[in-house]
Design a protein around this ligand. Structure first.
Ligand code: SAH
Ligand code: SF4
Length: 462
């Protein structure tokens, strides 16, 4: 979402005559868009500000002025603190106020240049239409929902991003239509809690994400749809059916579970058990058998015992994730879990993280290797590093490289996977998508053609 927000900030500033510079040395205005989710991300902001300060001093020696903005969730949470600790900063702007950047930049004093309010009016309505082609060109982010009302006990999001709010179908269709006009073929719908989206439909009724996906799938030019990040409790039938019925909805789902122990899940206020999560996954696999699953994990949540951690490892073995993100629990100011007395020692967290990551990496590599020999469609996003090479994504969000003529850039290509390493796939170009008969991607493959899920692979190995 920070990538999306940064693009929108660029839109606002482009209307003021600003252009992006390839190097920070050329920039009259530097914006750090920041993340508050873990302590490590926050530390990065302050060390980066040190570098920006040196840069500003160097430019000043050449008689050039540099203005510095801190945006995003660190700005939201620690605006006053940033102004105090880092005099290099001119403007602080929270994630709900960046449409006001031009005014804030015009402010005469630093005191007037802090905006971390949650304005009642819809930020999106204030933003200019998206004018620059998004970074990846054919694949664009589209924020449909912001904020969170779930209050997991470890998480700062409900405080930094505020209460849940959903954009209307009309606003989203307008933005999507504009982007397909610019050549976008894939949308990744974004939200802190994307499947809790419940926007107003053109019929005045409240729509769910499953229905929105149907509407977007009908839009001319839309070839692929993805969405992130979802909460297990909001995986309703309509959404699961969309995975079964819509070839545009890609067979990849990021559905964070965080932990495998019911005791820890309850302490986290996730409001589901590990077995409920397993059953949700069964339903999703029932609808789309080849779906690749991904999750986030936190190890070392306060009070996590060896037995609790073992339950997480069991869940990993049971599900077989195609990819995952995993973190050591980080105490976040103002969150309930940060106040708990039974914090876990750093070394225990580090050991558990290493063990978990080894298992996740094993499954990811196995999933990637299972792609060898398969014929898949690839959305070609950019040129590869080698001359003549193209790069894009498989339906399962894996990076794929292959040699192909230049005119396939921005199009869908059919590719045979000839080498599947743990990290990415190397392919042989067969032709533009649609020109190669007898393979099914996008459309759910018949059972015999599915790649083995890591779960099946584990069963075979056993
Ligand atoms: N809304 C999503 C997650 C958003 S935050 C969900 O409910 O799943 C992204 C990820 O950061 C989380 O899934 C979690 O794994 C991680 N995270 C959030 N707070 C954290 C903390 N205090 N310490 C460590 N990891 C954290
Ligand atoms: Fe944070 Fe996600 Fe929980 Fe909301 S649902 S509080 S964003 S982890």
């Amino acid at each position: 979402m920070n990538v999306y927000d940064a693009e929108r900030m660029a839109d606002v500033l482009a209307a003021q005559g600003y252009v992006e510079t390839p190097s920070i040395d050329d920039a009259d205005l530097v914006i750090l868009n920041t993340c508050h989710i873990r302590e490590k991300a926050v530390e990065k902001v302050y060390s980066e500000l040190g570098r920006v300060r040196e840069n500003k001093a160097e430019r000043a020696r050449d008689g050039k002025e540099t203005r510095v903005v801190v945006a995003g969730c660190v700005a939201q949470a620690e605006g006053a603190e940033i102004m105090r600790r880092a005099p290099v900063v001119d403007v602080v702007v929270g994630p709900q106020s960046y449409h006001r950047l031009p005014e804030l930049l015009a402010a005469k004093s630093r005191d007037q240049a802090v905006d971390t309010e949650f304005p009642v009016e819809d930020k999106f309505r204030q933003l200019p239409a998206r004018r620059i082609a998004p970074q990846r060109n054919v694949s664009a982010f589209l924020t449909i929902q912001e904020g969170c009302d779930k209050f997991c006990t470890f998480c700062v999001v409900p405080y930094t991003r505020g209460a849940e709010s959903s954009r209307s179908v009309e606003a989203l269709m307008t933005e999507a239509r504009r982007l397909t006009g610019l050549g976008v073929r894939e949308f990744t719908l974004l939200g802190q809690n994307v499947n809790a989206w419940h926007g107003e439909g053109p019929d005045g009724k409240t729509w769910t994400l499953g229905r929105l996906l149907r509407q977007l799938a009908d839009m001319e030019g839309v070839e692929r749809l993805r969405y992130t990040t979802s909460h297990p409790r909001d995986m309703d039938d309509e959404l699961i059916d969309a995975h079964r019925d819509l070839p545009q909805v890609m067979p990849y789902l990021h559905l964070p579970v965080q932990a495998g122990s019911d005791r820890i899940l309850a302490a986290m206020n996730r409001r589901h058990t590990a077995d409920e999560y397993r059953r949700i996954i069964d339903r999703i696999r029932g609808a789309r058998p080849d779906i690749a699953l991904s999750s986030d994990f936190i190890v070392g949540f306060p009070g996590e015992t060896d037995a609790d951690f073992a339950a997480t490892m069991r869940l990993v073995d049971d599900i077989g994730f195609a990819s995952a993100f995993s973190f050591k629990y980080s105490q976040r100011p103002g969150t309930p879990a940060a106040e708990q007395a039974d914090q876990i020692p750093e070394q225990v967290k580090a050991d558990r993280l290493a063990e978990l990551q080894a298992a996740l990496e094993r499954d990811r590599a196995a999933f990637n290797r299972s792609m060898a020999g398969r014929v898949i469609d690839v959305l070609v996003e950019r040129r590869g590093r080698q001359p003549g090479q193209m790069a894009g994504k498989s339906p399962y969000l894996q990076g794929v490289h292959f040699d192909a003529p230049d005119d396939i850039l921005g199009q869908m290509a059919t590719v045979e996977v000839i080498e599947a390493s743990a990290g990415s796939l190397l392919g042989r170009y067969l032709g533009p998508a649609g020109s190669v008969p007898d393979h099914a991607t996008g459309i759910a493959p018949a059972p015999a053609e599915q790649p083995p899920s890591p779960q099946q692979r584990n069963a075979n190995a056993a």
